[in-house]
Design a protein around this ligand. Structure first.
Ligand SMILES: Nc1ncnc2c1ncn2[C@@H]1O[C@H](COP(=O)(O)OP(=O)(O)OP(=O)(O)O)[C@@H](O)[C@H]1O
Ligand SMILES: [Mg+2]
Length: 248
């Protein structure tokens, strides 16, 4: 099983959108996918109309086994939802320094039977995300093709190096995903070139700015079932193939 966090400490760069559409796309290629929402905003639960009874926080508190938090949303596609109480998890982690770096490993490490575990992270560098990064093998980094987006990306290798050193871990950035791309826009083109130059092996095709991507969560759908011929579906489709070509 590949364990992949969709991570960027910067907000609003397309993490949740990428996590959802990647999970949906991989599951349509007969891969068994578990999507884990660790963002207290709970956007994935709403976007997929999952209506979960239990969140990952209930399992963390020992109220239910983690397996009971898993809900099926489509063929080959399961998810674990979050709730706003997940903000309490940050306090939980702060007060349990001894287990820092092990809490999610103890919880999510028990799960097997999937080809991919994708984790949607909140936009922060707090304890929760440190715990996620110290658990996953791979980080996919969505980055908005604008100046501030690329500026945030520059800090990413150092963040990963610090985590690996602190937790004696081997997390790797295996994909950098340029998002919200508009080729009519000069800054987008410049920033895409810079991303490709800085991460020549990891940079994926850009995900274009596309209204259908924005609309899909309203209908509880991925871009593939909402608008299968849209530029958004084409771009996320390419990303899925790219991720599959890396091996599972
Ligand atoms: N390619 C795109 N085209 C158009 N809109 C997009 C695209 N990607 C994301 N969006 C929209 O941009 C907004 C932010 O995206 P998203 O929620 O995925 O970002 P995020 O990084 O998860 O944010 P946060 O840091 O708050 O968790 C959403 O309204 C989403 O629908
Ligand atoms: Mg998000």
């Amino acid at each position: 099983m590949r364990t992949i966090c969709i991570f960027n400490h910067k907000g609003g760069v397309g993490k949740t959108t990428t996590a959802l559409n990647l999970a949906a796309g991989l599951s349509r290629h007969e891969k068994k996918v578990l999507l884990v929402d660790l963002d207290p905003q709970g956007n994935l639960d709403v976007s997929l109309k999952a209506n979960a009874m239990h969140s990952v926080y209930d399992a963390l508190q020992g109220q239910v086994p983690i397996e009971q938090c898993i809900v099926n949303v489509a063929k080959n596609f399961d998810m674990i939802c979050s709730t706003e109480t997940l903000t309490k998890m940050e306090h939980h982690l702060v007060n349990d320094e001894q287990n820092h770096g092990k809490i999610l490993r103890n919880l999510l490490g028990k799960i097997n039977g999937y080809d991919f575990m994708l984790i949607d992270c909140p936009p922060s560098l707090g304890m929760l995300n440190q715990d996620v990064l110290s658990f996953c093998q791979e980080a996919f980094v969505p980055v908005a093709t604008d100046f501030l987006g690329v500026d945030a990306l520059k800090k990413m290798p150092e963040i990963v190096a610090t985590i690996n050193k602190h937790f004696n871990h081997t997390l790797k950035i295996t994909k950098v995903i340029p998002t919200m791309y508009d080729r009519r826009n000069k800054i987008c083109k410049e920033m895409l070139a810079l991303i490709q130059q800085t991460f020549p092996l990891q940079a994926s095709h850009p995900i274009r700015n596309n209204t259908k991507i924005k609309e899909a969560p309203k209908y509880g759908k991925s871009i593939f079932s909402h608008a299968k011929s849209s530029p958004g579906a084409q771009d996320y489709g390419k990303l899925v193939e790219d991720v599959l070509a890396m091996g599972a």
